[in-house]
Every structure is written in C-alpha cells, then in structure tokens.
Design a protein around this ligand. Structure first.
Ligand code: PBG
Length: 327
C-alpha cells in the first residue's frame, strides 16, 4: 500500500496516537549516575567543564543519594580522587581508600542505592595511565593483579557491582576469579568491553585529575575506526564472565551499540561520557539549542540504538524531565 491509500501521518495526528505507537521509552531505573568522590569534609566543588556536576566529599554522599533515589535513580557509579598517587596506583585498593570509604558511607546511609564502582588505576597513578608501567608501556599482566585486588576491595567494602574500565587484556577473568575465590560470586561485572580512545573524555580527566602525564591511551583503548574489533573485544569479555557489556562513548558509537545488541544476549550499557554532556551544556548555555530537549532526544537515541542501561551525568535532569512530561 502506498500513498494516497497509505498515509504515515494518520498515526502522528495527536499525542495519544503518537504515544500508542511509540517504540522506545526511557525510565530513571535504567540510568546510572556517576559520582566523583574527593577527600575532605563538607566539600561540594562544581566541575568547571561539567556544569551541574560536583566533586563531593564522603559526608555529602548521603544527601546526593537521597536526591537520586527520590527521583527514581537507584544506581550510581563511583570515581575517586585519592589523597595520594603513586606509580602502581596503591590508593585504588587501599582498605581505607576514598572509594572504599564512599561505598561504606553509601551502603550505611542510603542502603537502597545500588553502588557500582569503576575499576581502573588512572585516578590513582602519578603518571595517569590505567595500569602500572614497564618503561613507557603499560604492563598488562602485572596490572591484572592490581585490578583484581581493587575489585575485591570494592566488593569487601560493600559494592553491588564492579565495572572495569582499564582495557587490559584478560581483566574480566582475573577479576571474576578473585571475586569467586572470596565468596563474592554474586557480584556482577559490568565490563567496559568496548572502550574507545576518545577525545570525548576530556572533561572527565579534569574532574578526576587523571590525564596521562605522557603519551596517550591508544595502546590499550580501542581505535575509533574499528567496529569488527568491538565484537571480538565483547566476545572475549563474555567468555571471561562479564554480566553486562558496555560501549563507551555513546553517541559517536551508536552503530557499535546496535551491533552488540544484535550479536549478544547480555544486557548492553552505554556511557554517555563527560564530553558529550559538556557539549550539550555549553551549547544550551549559549542559547543555541534547547538543552533539555537535546538531552532527552540524545538519551532516547542511545536507548533506541540498543542500550538497556545508560550511564549519564544527565541522570537526575532526565528523571526530572520524565516526571514533568508524564504529569
Ligand atoms: C577511567 C575512566 C575514564 C572514564 C571513565 N572511566 C577516563 C579515561 O579512560 O580516560 C571517562 C568517563 C567520561 O568521560 O565521562 N579509565
């Protein structure tokens, strides 16, 4: 059937029809809100390149978590700014490290909040790379042990899920084994399975003070030109025991999200990263776009491409927006 018998506009005539046939929807329960935790007391520092996002001291987490829960956002992912950095990222697995304290605080003061941790060394190494070094290269196999120790320390502090973002080969298996040996077989791994060497991480590196001090991350993060390699990376993580596969960044990689969704039956997550957030905020501040509408359209597109879960600095804003439009 073609025009004039068939008219697609019939089903767009009013909001009731449009809502009836809408294929994709978003709910705050599918969003994960990233939190940056810093040392000190009573600290709430806005990140200049990420308006509306703050570095918080541990004592501020309860309030933040309660606000999220009240909005229907039940899941956060933690990033830490340690007191001290060293060559091997010891702060990442310190018993009283910043993340370990943050997890305990959240699990004590806001127990309904689901706490995921980012497992990586770049925030804890003085050179800013995601693993320990031999000369100028990141030592894959030596890093695995430190990552497993880090993930285990997060689980011991009470984390509900761990999310390795380092891009070392073999880390999912190593982390799975360490968790299982210590009776944490019920703690899932959300792996940053397909993480590209992206310029969109710029504002995050300011926020977490973790830019590499020399070179870049292209010897471990993926080449933006590659998509078949993404399937291989994801396959490895599935075989090693990942429970959720993540693609990062999101908007420039919607094709990758879509391919992973078709090829794998695990839940797919997408990280709408700092630079993607900053661009929308900046254009909106200038009055060049409607920031709220662009946010909603962007997150919807990520979902439509195939993401089941979205990690986003817009989580609270999106929850508020959804509440307003469904009223
Ligand atoms: C740690 C990590 C990074 C991000 C998440 N985990 C930085 C990086 O890889 O350079 C970026 C998140 C964002 O940009 O919002 N490796």
């Amino acid at each position: 059937m073609v025009f004039p018998e068939y008219r697609p506009r019939r089903l767009r005539r009013n909001e009731t029809f449009r809502a009836l046939i809408r294929e994709t929807s978003l709910s705050p329960s599918q969003l994960i809100y990233p939190l940056f935790v810093m040392p000190g007391k009573n600290k709430r520092e806005e990140i200049s390149s990420m308006p509306g996002v703050f570095r918080l001291s541990v004592d501020q987490l309860k309030k933040e978590a309660e606000e999220c829960l009240q909005l229907g956002v039940h899941s956060v992912i933690l990033f830490g700014l340690p007191e001290k950095k060293d060559a091997v990222g010891s702060g990442a697995h310190a018993k009283d490290g910043i993340i370990q304290r943050a997890i305990k605080e959240l699990k004590n003061k806001a127990p309904e909040m689901m706490v995921t941790t980012d497992v990586c060394l770049c925030e804890y190494t003085d050179h800013g790379h995601c693993g320990c070094l031999i000369g100028d290269t990141v030592d894959n196999d030596a890093t695995l042990e430190i990552l497993a120790k880090t993930a285990l320390s997060h689980a011991q502090a009470g984390a509900d899920m761990v999310a390795p973002s380092d891009m070392m080969d073999g880390r999912v298996a190593e982390i799975r084994a360490a968790l299982d040996e210590n009776n944490f077989e019920m703690i899932p791994i959300m792996s940053y399975a397909v993480k590209y060497a992206s310029a969109f991480y710029g504002p995050f590196r300011d926020a977490a003070n973790c830019a590499p001090q020399f070179g870049d991350r292209r010897s471990y993060q993926m080449d933006p030109a590659n998509s078949r390699e993404a399937l291989r990376e994801a396959t490895l993580d599935v075989e090693e025991g990942a429970d959720i596969l993540m693609v990062k960044p999101a908007v420039a990689y919607l094709d990758i999200i879509s391919r992973l969704k078709d090829e794998f039956d695990l839940p797919i997550a997408a990280y709408h990263v700092s630079g993607e957030y900053a661009m929308i905020k900046a254009a909106a501040e200038k009055g060049w776009i409607d920031g709220e509408k662009v946010m909603a359209e962007t997150l919807l597109s990520i979902k439509r491409a195939g993401a089941d879960i979205i990690l986003t600095y817009f989580a609270k804003d999106m929850a508020r927006y959804l509440r307003a439009v469904t009223k």
